[in-house]
Write a protein that binds this ligand. Structure first.
Ligand code: BGC
Length: 513
């Protein structure tokens, strides 16, 4: 049996030789366009659902309410169908990510990404050509299936092809593309909002661009060596590993992948393995990183920024422009995260962001509570303060809970539970995105400014979670998490009792008898 390569100390395992090849970087950039599809969709919905032409055609009741003489600021968009338009996608993504995880194992990451782009494209066509609500919702569901497949396959793909020394950076490329997608969508909406009566069709139709890029791009990129080896294509896997590492000296890494695949195949039920007590810490962290990511309230801003800004008295253009500003802040702050995450560590970013998010959410809540009544507008000065607060809030999210919600779940699981564990992260993201998307407008109608205090309350809880239950994983090689992280943690170490140091023993423990 080939030897496992064990890394020693901080940094990459010395036995792994490999350059950062142009090919691996190109593969990473192309695959990350899956994030672009996800982001474009997040950013486009809010603008489209505040366009009059769109509302008049599909949601006439909302249109009438929006233009009603005595409408309530906080309730004018409260409509279950309108929210269903935004949120149906996430429910579809939630269900499909389960099948996507199976597809990743059986057919490979590359084919799963291609399937993602095809589902997404069909959804785009239905949306852009929609004649009635049914076409619109079915299109959204297909977009959701595309996103479920993409979000499961892309981060996995990126982690597997990345040389160990840039795995973090390549992983956050996904989130960077999410933020770029959101920004592009905001810009598109800014221009299409004045194209009557079909601007919304263009907004929805342009979602096809990242899908086409992903489809054709994925014809050029490699399948991951892990997936090839997992599917018994050993020679191909070895050749591909040499190509992406830019060296023939890949034996150590190859042996490790072969060994890991052999062991993983012995675990007949990764999901059962995941339910063991010793998997609890990683599972809890993966799920809660995503639950908390959504309870920062970020998508209340991302989906509904234009709606929110209109509520505060900005006219249509002004509100989309504000959304463009927050979109730019989102992209730039994600770059900050790429630069800092391996220097200052995950916990520092998360905790700092909690302070910044708590202050900004509370300030917005106080301003709206005091000055935004049922039928008035905020004064221009106060409206600017709110936009600045929203930017400071988005900034802190973008260098913390945004990228780390995806990064940490992908780096804490041992190999035998990594894909099954990551499925829990993806599906928790989709479930809680759905909950927020479906309920935010109604919550705003009933809780009014209190909605911001509601999210601020969650931020306190997540700060305590990060402070006491989240260990630092910066610079810890993935295969040493058990020893160097979980066994050292004041609370989680009790879950590791009897857990052997090396992954070999742990895997054999979980093998179904
Ligand atoms: C989250 C999305 C969010 C986006 C904002 C992602 O990490 O999963 O829900 O809209 O970040 O940039």
């Amino acid at each position: 049996m080939p030897a496992i390569v064990v890394s020693s100390g901080n940094g990459p395992p010395k036995e792994f030789e490999g350059k950062i090849t142009v090919y691996v970087v190109i593969c990473g950039i192309i695959a990350a366009t899956g994030g672009l599809m996800f982001g474009y969709d997040i950013g486009i919905s809010g603008g489209v659902t505040s366009m009059d032409d769109f509302l008049e055609e599909f949601f006439p009741a909302v249109y009438v309410k929006k233009h009603g003489a005595k409408e309530d600021n906080y309730c004018k968009y409260d409509n279950q169908d309108l929210q269903l338009f935004t949120s149906s996608l996430y429910l579809a993504a939630l269900v499909s990510s389960f099948f996507a995880s199976k597809s990743c194992t059986k057919f490979g990451r590359k084919l799963t990404m291609q399937a993602a782009s095809v589902f997404f494209l069909v959804g785009v066509i239905l949306n852009a050509a929609a004649r009635d609500l049914a076409m619109l919702i079915i299109g959204r569901i297909l977009l959701g299936v595309g996103i479920g497949f993409g979000n499961q396959a892309v981060p996995l793909f990126l982690s597997e092809i990345a040389p160990v020394q840039i795995r973090g950076a390549l992983n956050i490329l996904f989130q960077l593309d999410v933020t770029i997608g959101i920004l592009i969508a905001n810009l598109v909406n800014y221009f299409t909002t004045n194209m009557h009566p079909w601007g919304w069709r263009l907004s929805l139709g342009l979602a096809g661009v990242p899908a086409v890029i992903l489809f054709f791009g994925s014809l050029l990129i490699t399948e991951t060596p892990t997936s090839l080896i997992e599917r018994k294509k050993l020679d191909e896997g070895l050749a591909m590993l040499k190509k992406i590492r830019g060296t023939d000296n890949v034996d150590a890494e190859y042996d490790e992948i072969v060994y890991a695949c052999e062991m993983a195949q012995k675990v007949k039920s990764p999901f059962k393995n995941l339910m063991k007590r010793s998997s609890r810490p990683q599972l809890v962290i993966a799920i809660f990183m995503q639950v908390f990511q959504q309870f920062t309230g970020i998508n209340a801003i991302m989906f509904y920024a234009p709606v929110l800004f209109q509520t505060m008295g900005f006219k249509n253009d002004g509100s989309l422009l504000s959304a463009v500003i927050t979109g730019t802040v989102n992209v730039l702050s994600t770059v900050v995260s790429i630069v800092l995450v391996d220097k200052v560590g995950r916990r520092m970013l998360l905790l700092e962001a909690c302070v910044q998010m708590f202050i900004t959410q509370t300030t917005i809540g106080v301003i709206l509570q005091l000055y935004l009544k049922t039928n008035n507008n905020l004064s221009p000065q106060l409206a600017i303060v709110v936009v600045v607060m929203v930017c400071l809030y988005v900034m802190s999210f973008a260098w913390s809970w945004g990228p780390l919600g995806w990064l940490i779940p992908s780096e804490t699981f041992p190999l035998e539970t990594r894909t099954a564990g990551f499925f829990f992260a993806v599906s928790s993201n989709m479930l809680f995105t759905f909950i927020i998307a479906q309920s935010f407008l109604s919550m705003m109608c009933h809780m009014r400014a209190g909605i911001f205090f509601f999210f601020a309350g969650w931020i306190l809880i997540m700060a305590l979670f990060a402070m006491f239950l989240l260990p630092e994983t910066k610079n810890v090689p993935i295969d040493e998490m058990t020893d160097r992280v979980w066994k050292q943690h004041w609370y989680w170490k009790s879950y590791m009792d009897g857990e052997e140091s090396d992954s070999k023993n742990k895997i054999e423990d979980g093998v179904d008898k």
